[in-house]
Design a protein around this ligand. Structure first.
Ligand SMILES: Cc1cc2nc3c(=O)[nH]c(=O)nc-3n(C[C@H](O)[C@H](O)[C@H](O)COP(=O)(O)O)c2cc1C
Length: 310
């Protein structure tokens, strides 16, 4: 019997839907036992969000400061798993607070050290730098990162900004004003996620994951848009300054943070609607001489290799 542990967080249920579909070939195999653990913060984050709480999650998301979590069941901690699948979402270009908190916990150390680990990302579209942060934590734990699948909203960047705000603030994954496309990962992409479960099952049975990521990539597990990577990197530099500044005013909920969170809210609107188009234009103009560098970088971000940043 092969034992697979699936650890995930979700607010809207999208992450769980993707995992269920993706792992359906494993669930259908009598030789595989799947165990799910939903990461549960001691005080969970609200869904739908309200404007203030949404921005109040920014400093701790970006600075990767953990929150308290409900303990993992002893039965899970005592089991020896053959493979661990981690499902997470991106908050502010970083792993979400619940998922980051799990990776920094003793339970993660116990469950992931020396184990083959597959990451499954679900987000709007900007996940590459968040995944570098996750790779770094997995590397620190001593996990063996063997696969990565990223499911995103494929619509235009600015369209997905509008539709995700509608989803996050109302709790409804439906067409905003009846005009916009549905937010989040499309029903088609969720439904087709089972194709990735087939090579995962084969590698699990062989207990050899050396070519798993190459096979997942052939099936379209990861799509990299270099312009989004370029924006992600620039935004990380600016977010670092904002996060430190707001955190210096107090902890989550502190009154002294409110005016700074409001300022960050306006800054973010400016960044998305004014700066990001300029950055995209700059990228379009400047990228040609850097084509071979961009290709090399794209190959790296598609892979599960980890290069420690200098
Ligand atoms: C506070 C917050 C910040 C977010 N930041 C990002 C982001 O930086 N990049 C991105 O692609 N998606 C971002 N998202 C979208 C989430 O990844 C999205 O909520 C998630 O895919 C929903 O699935 P879940 O309910 O299973 O977590 C953010 C969402 C929230 C709530």
């Amino acid at each position: 019997m092969k034992r697979v542990l699936v650890i995930y967080y979700t607010q809207t249920g999208q992450q769980r839907e993707i995992l269920d579909r993706l792992l359906s070939p494993l669930a259908a195999d009598p030789g595989v036992e799947l165990t799910y653990h939903r990461i549960t913060p001691a005080v969970d984050y609200p869904f739908p969000w309200d404007g203030h709480t949404f921005f109040d999650a920014f400093p701790e998301s970006f600075l990767q400061l953990p929150c308290e979590l409900a303990p993992v069941d002893d039965a899970i901690l005592q089991q020896d798993y053959d493979l661990v699948v981690l499902g997470y979402q991106v908050w502010y270009l970083s792993p979400s607070i619940p998922f980051n908190s799990f990776l920094k916990s003793e339970a993660a150390d116990r469950l992931l050290r020396g184990k083959p680990v597959i990451t499954v990302i679900n987000c709007r579209n900007m996940w590459v730098m968040a995944q570098e942060k996750v790779k770094r934590l997995l590397h620190a734990i001593g996990a063996n990162h063997v696969g990565n699948i990223a499911r995103v909203d494929r619509h235009l960047n600015h369209v997905s900004v509008i539709t995700i705000v509608h989803w996050m603030m109302t709790g409804r994954k439906d067409a905003y004003l009846g005009l916009f496309p549905k937010p989040g990962v499309s029903d088609k992409d969720i439904a087709e996620s089972n194709k990735f479960g087939i090579p995962i099952l084969a590698h699990l049975k062989r207990n050899d994951y050396s070519s798993l990521q190459v096979e997942l990539l052939e099936l379209g597990a990861v799509m990299i848009r270099p312009v989004l990577v370029f924006t992600d990197k620039r935004a990380n530099t600016l977010f670092a300054k904002w996060a430190k500044l707001i955190r210096s005013k107090g902890s989550p909920g502190a009154k002294a943070r409110r005016p700074w969170l409001k300022a960050f809210n306006y800054y973010l609107l400016f960044a998305i609607w004014v700066l990001a188009p300029i950055v995209s234009l700059l990228f379009l103009i400047l990228h040609l001489p850097f084509l071979s560098f961009i290709k090399k970088e794209t190959r790296y971000y598609k892979s599960v290799h980890f290069k420690m940043p200098r």
